[in-house]
Ligand binder design. Structure first.
Ligand SMILES: Nc1ncnc2c1ncn2[C@@H]1O[C@H](COP(=O)(O)OP(=O)(O)OP(=O)(O)O)[C@@H](O)[C@H]1O
Length: 334
């Protein structure tokens, strides 16, 4: 279990993480979401004792990271896949980690097999592709068979087979009763992987809830109706006080009504329907809706590119929003 209490991190006048309190539980995959610059990596670094909180605390199984006797056997993490000595082979990188953490040498071969890097185990990592680097980072995280795993953007650079593999891996780890905490900007992937979500924006907690509840609470469900008697359908809905908008594909989109009720209404008016389809919003829509006001780096969509360049180029197409004092574009992550 990972417990955060009032966790706060300030860098100068930027409040990167602001009073975060939540618990990451075992047995499920917990997704960690937030727009760019929301404070996810900073939070994860503090969880791993790589950054000091300005105030508040993180406990891993009841202890601070630094108090853990065998950190690699308790928490395995992938934060920055590029943080590897390029002159070493994958095998030696993992062997060094194993030896300095009292992990048997045999485990190195096991994790190399598990992540599919066994055939290139003796090659220097500086020739590795981004996806291979991610796999190596995941191998390192799993080396000590930890009860808790944390992955920051694990699917970065992975091909579809790799993405499917990491999804299955995370679900299996959670199925074994481990605590799995994962950040990603790939909403469609997160929707397939996570059971629980923690969402932050501008360093603050926006949601800590189950996946289905999150989508329900932060989106509108709609029903698409298609009829050969389009105008009459519109009138019937209007007459019943129901808002319906053209969906741009020859149908009507109705918000906030359930499909059964709409079907019965149409039947009472002897209206032929060719389609009556309820539509559940996606995680992406729910996420965008919740974080709309917490997006710090925002690209203008209503301004032509030429206009943007005339107005000062690259910077002109961006807003730095929010109240955290930073009016600059985001610094690249280290
Ligand atoms: N070492 C640092 N010094 C100064 N500011 C920092 C530092 N690390 C992070 N920040 C700032 O803290 C805020 C949170 O950054 P962080 O990298 O944690 O966000 P994130 O949610 O991981 O973003 P992304 O999704 O883009 O990776 C940003 O405004 C960032 O510029």
């Amino acid at each position: 279990m990972i417990e955060l209490e009032g966790l706060t991190k300030r860098y100068g006048d930027v409040l990167a993480v602001d009073q975060l309190t939540f618990t990451v539980r075992p047995g499920v995959v917990t997704g960690f979401l937030g727009p760019n610059g929301a404070g996810k990596s900073t939070t994860m670094r503090m969880m791993l004792g790589l950054d000091h909180p300005t105030s508040g605390s993180v406990r891993i199984d009841g202890r601070h990271y630094r108090q853990l006797r065998d950190p690699l056997r308790t928490v395995g993490a992938l934060l920055d896949a590029k943080a590897v000595h390029g002159g070493r082979s994958a095998y030696h990188h993992l062997l060094c980690l194993a030896q300095s953490n009292g992990i048997p040498r045999s485990r190195v071969g096991e994790v190399l097999d598990l992540v599919g890097l066994a055939p290139v185990a003796r090659k220097r990592t500086k020739g590795f592709s981004m996806g291979m680097g991610q796999r190596l980072g995941i191998a390192a995280a799993l080396l000590g068979e930890p009860r808790i795993v944390m992955f920051d953007e694990p699917v970065n650079g992975l091909d579809p087979e790799g993405i499917h593999w990491i999804r299955t891996l995370m679900k299996n780890l959670a199925g074994q009763g481990r605590t799995v905490f994962v950040s990603s900007h790939l909403m469609s992937e997160m929707a397939l992987t996570a059971d629980h979500l923690v969402v932050i924006g501008q360093g603050r907690l926006l949601a800590d809830t189950g996946m289905a509840d999150f989508i329900r609470e932060n989106s509108r469900s709609t029903v698409r109706m298609v009829s050969p008697e389009y105008e009459r359908l519109r009138e019937v809905l209007h007459g019943a006080g129901i808002d319906a908008a053209p969906d741009g594909r020859g149908g009507l989109e109705v918000t906030g009504e359930d499909a059964a009720h709409l079907g019965e209404l149409a039947a009472r008016h002897r209206l032929t329907l060719h389609e009556l389809s309820p539509r559940q919003a996606s995680l992406e829509e729910a996420f965008m809706r919740l974080t709309a006001t917490a997006v710090e780096y925002h690209a203008h969509q209503d301004r032509p590119a030429a206009d943007a360049s005339a107005g000062g180029g690259w910077g002109a197409g961006w807003d730095a929003r929010g109240s955290r004092g930073s009016q600059e574009r985001k610094e690249p992550r280290r």
